[in-house]
Ligand binder design. Structure first.
Ligand code: UD1
Ligand code: PEP
Length: 421
């Protein structure tokens, strides 16, 4: 089994450039079918989820080509509307194809993405919204079949500001008849990025980043070239790598406003932070302080995708910290693993109480999901002795170069084949 071996307890120091954002590029790749032409996407991270999305695009009839860190997609010949189940199982966010494939093919057959380790992740809000846009949907035998003679714009009020539902509605509305307004939409930077991308190929979308998004349907879109923004969650993960090892790090190519809840919590823990335009510097104190309460929320609240990484950090902060996970109901899977490393954590429903310990010890632990895996790597970097993190394919879904990046700032980390598992 592939695993990361980490020889921990080394102060990390240096600089890293942040990769392109996974959660921005995935909906943009899905959207690339809408122009039925050429899309060039720059700063595209080479991660497993991108690979899976490209495999799906190829199945639908796209031609796809890498040119260094750019990806060129030719969607002139897209003619398939049935998405193979194995790809949908590989990557939950393949559900974002609902809106874009419907937009050009007027139909799609796709399997339910299935529950995953962070929660059940239903898609009721996606389906309810598309039904309001004149899409007929049948759910049978684990598959969703959608059909429409034309997508018609409507007023949609989301019960919860779901990122994926907001994206699917935007994608379905771009080539629709009339106007769609999404109330209580998600406000994440990735939604703004999707709006910018769609407008760059001729769409008429406004309001992203605020409470209401309005999309005016257009007849056709054109070729486009677009550069993906930096990944705010990778940036946050790397800042914690510096903090947890009592090191210092200069991160380049960041948009600091995108992760201000993260810097706010690092400041609370006693880190010294200096923000520049498109870069940020963090230096950790010798003893980190506990953080009163982290409560995950939709943007601009504290991101759930940073919860596991902070949990690792809090295990060695002096005092007691509390985390409440409000977004996903099952995102505390790291607790048992961190406990193996000497952490003192108890959970009650959606709240974790973390009592800081003097140090973590290396152990054999297992990643249960993407950010959980990142959290365990961080714990391994801080721990005394050797940590083996198993199931690292989760981590490769979202981190392009985590081994080389941590290596370059002084970590002793390598990928190995762990025998006996
Ligand atoms: C590829 C991508 O961008 N993934 C991100 C996206 O996931 P994703 O788009 O799946 O997250 P959502 O915002 O949709 O989900 C948030 C909450 O709403 C619930 N829900 C969602 C849709 C629905 O129809 N019904 C429903 O009940 C979910 O179960 C969850 O509890 O936003 C999450 C929340 O910031 C992030 O953690 C993920 O990294
Ligand atoms: C939960 C995540 O991603 P996904 O929605 O692709 O599972 C994540 O990026 O942390």
């Amino acid at each position: 089994m592939e695993a990361f071996k980490i020889d921990g307890s080394r102060k990390l120091k240096g600089e890293i450039k942040v990769q392109g954002a996974k959660n921005a590029v995935l909906p943009i790749l899905a959207a690339s079918v809408l122009n039925q032409g050429i899309t060039k996407i720059n700063n595209c991270p080479k991660i497993l989820d991108v690979e899976s999305m490209l495999n799906i695009l190829i199945e639908t009839g796209c031609k796809v080509e890498w040119e260094e860190d750019s990806i060129i997609i030719n969607s002139k010949d897209v003619d398939q509307s049935s998405i193979p189940e194995k790809f949908v199982r590989e990557m939950r966010s393949s559900i974002i194809l609902l809106g874009s494939i419907l937009g050009i093919q007027k139909k799609i057959k796709i399997s339910f993405p299935g529950g995953c380790s962070i929660g059940t992740r239903p898609i009721d809000l996606h389906l309810k919204s598309l039904r309001k846009m004149n899409v007929f949907i049948e759910e049978k035998n684990g598959f969703i079949e959608c059909k429409t003679n034309k997508i018609i714009g409507n007023k949609i009020i989301l019960d919860y500001p779901s990122v994926g539902a907001t994206e699917n509605i935007m994608l379905a509305a771009v080539l629709s008849e009339g106007e769609t307004s999404i109330y209580n939409c998600a406000k994440e930077p990735e939604i703004v990025e999707l709006q910018n991308f769609l407008n760059a190929m001729g769409a008429q979308v406004k309001g992203a980043g605020n409470d209401i998004i309005v999309i005016k349907g257009v007849n056709a879109l054109h070729d486009v070239e677009y550069t993906i923004m930096p990944d705010r969650i990778v940036a946050g993960t790397y800042l914690i790598a510096a903090a947890i090892t009592k090191g210092e790090l200069y991160l380049k190519g960041t948009i600091n406003d995108h992760f201000s809840p993260i810097t706010a919590k690092l400041l609370e823990s006693g880190c010294h932070i200096k923000e520049y335009i498109n870069s940020i510097y963090v230096k950790a104190p010798e003893q980190l302080k506990s953080i009163d309460h982290i409560r995950t929320l939709p943007y601009p609240g504290f991101p759930t995708d940073m919860q596991s990484q902070f949990m690792s950090l809090l295990t060695i902060c002096e005092g007691t910290s509390i985390i409440t996970e409000t977004v996903f109901e099952s995102r505390f899977k790291n607790v048992s693993e961190l406990t193996k490393m000497g952490a003192d954590i108890i959970t009650e429903d959606r709240t974790a109480i973390i009592k800081g310990v003097k140090k973590l010890n290396g152990a054999q632990v297992s990643a249960k999901d993407l950010r959980g895996g990142a959290g365990l790597i961080l714990a391994g970097l801080a721990a005394e002795g050797i940590t083996y993190v198993k199931n690292i394919s989760h981590v490769k879904r979202g981190y392009e170069n985590i081994i080389n990046d941590f290596h370059s700032i002084g970590a002793k980390i390598e990928e190995i084949n762990l025998k006996g598992d």
